[in-house]
Ligand binder design. Structure first.
Ligand SMILES: Cc1cc2nc3c(=O)[nH]c(=O)nc-3n(C[C@H](O)[C@H](O)[C@H](O)COP(=O)(O)OP(=O)(O)OC[C@H]3O[C@@H](n4cnc5c(N)ncnc54)[C@H](O)[C@@H]3O)c2cc1C
Length: 303
């Protein structure tokens, strides 16, 4: 039996493994795709303290190697089911069943997609799901933000400070964001709000150069030249596995605070998978450290 099983080898999971191993505990990380998680295909990271311009791939591999050098075991298998009912916790994976004294769930979240033509092929080349991460690459240029909620307004506000022009595109004519956020964006001279509108296609050659926009009210279409499309229509937590096992919030995130504790003793949640304000590498790393430390304290007291 391992001391800690960690679900997910993204920033939160691998940081948890680093802290767990350094606390003298044996950690096994299960990863269903590749180490690094969401960031692995990002061309450049500019907002992680102490690193500037490192590619998502290089960052992911460095983190992966660091965890392994400290003795963490990484198994490439999907966690398909869990049994947290006893003191010893069980995970059922595509590589068999495993037991541990504590579990850290670091399975991240997926960006919700709009599903239009060009969205997948231009990801990382003008299509982004994170203005804080990629906005600086489009300084002084024309960009669009898609969405009508809090995050779309935050992204628009942020981009309006660094970009020449920002289109805010929303499929409805009412917004789902705080009035203060809406009012602030509507006052911006370089922001144009296009309601009742959906992107039909994102076009370009090597990178994004325009979008085809359809007006849902009158059916007309127009092509708008721009350099980037920031899609801010939410994240999708992938926590069906834990529904009925752990308390989730209304959006499906694990209901856990900064201490990373869940409502099940011995089970901790770290990174984008848990309820939180800011989903970034630095907060995922912070959670990984907090969750492993909490798991180490739990194991010392209970085993
Ligand atoms: C395109 C893009 C660019 C970004 N750029 C930046 C940036 O520049 N700076 C920044 O701070 N943040 C950036 N972010 C956000 C950042 O990547 C996330 O906040 C961070 O990756 C969250 O880390 P995590 O470990 O919680 O989850 P994730 O990175 O999502 O990792 C979770 C891992 O768990 C695995 N997993 C899930 N379910 C299972 C299962 N059942 N069994 C086994 N494995 C499983 C997944 O395959 C994944 O590898 C970006 C995000 C995207 C999408």
């Amino acid at each position: 039996m391992k001391d800690i099983i960690i679900i997910g080898a993204g920033t939160a999971g691998l940081t948890a493994a680093i802290y767990g191993q350094r606390a003298g505990l044996s950690c096994t990380v299960f990863e269903k795709y590749a180490p690094g998680g969401q960031i692995v295909n990002s061309p450049s990271i500019e907002n992680y303290p102490g690193m500037f311009g490192v590619s998502g791939y290089d960052y992911s591999m460095a983190l992966f190697e660091q965890a392994q050098k400290l003795g963490a075991e990484v198994q490439f298998a999907e966690v398909q089911n869990v049994d947290f009912s006893g003191k010893v916790k069980k995970v059922i994976t595509s590589a068999g069943d495993f037991e541990a004294k504590a579990i850290i769930i670091a399975n991240g979240a997926a960006r919700r997609k709009i599903g239009c033509k060009g969205e997948d092929s231009f990801e990382g080349r003008g299509v982004s799901y994170c203005a804080t991460c990629d906005g600086a690459f489009f300084r002084g240029k024309t960009v669009a933000v898609v969405g009508g909620g809090e995050s779309a307004f935050e992204e628009t506000e942020y981009l309006s400070e660094i970009c020449d022009k920002v289109y805010l595109i929303h499929r409805r004519d009412v917004f789902n964001a705080a009035k203060t956020a809406v009012d602030s964006v509507l006052k911006k001279k370089n922001v144009t709000v296009l309601t009742n509108s959906v992107i039909e296609e994102i076009k370009g050659e090597n990178a994004v150069s325009s979008i085809v926009l359809k007006n849902r009210a009158n059916g007309s279409t127009a092509e708008i030249p721009l350099f980037a499309v920031f899609i801010a229509i939410g994240l999708v937590p992938e926590n069906k596995l834990f529904s009925g096992v752990l308390k989730l919030d209304d959006y499906g995130y694990i209901d856990s605070g900064e201490d990373c504790l869940t409502d099940c003793k011995g089970v901790f949640a770290a990174g984008d998978t848990r309820k939180k304000q800011l989903r970034q590498l630095v907060t995922a790393a912070s959670d990984g450290a907090a969750a492993a430390t909490a798991a180490a304290n739990y194991i010392r007291k209970n085993f």
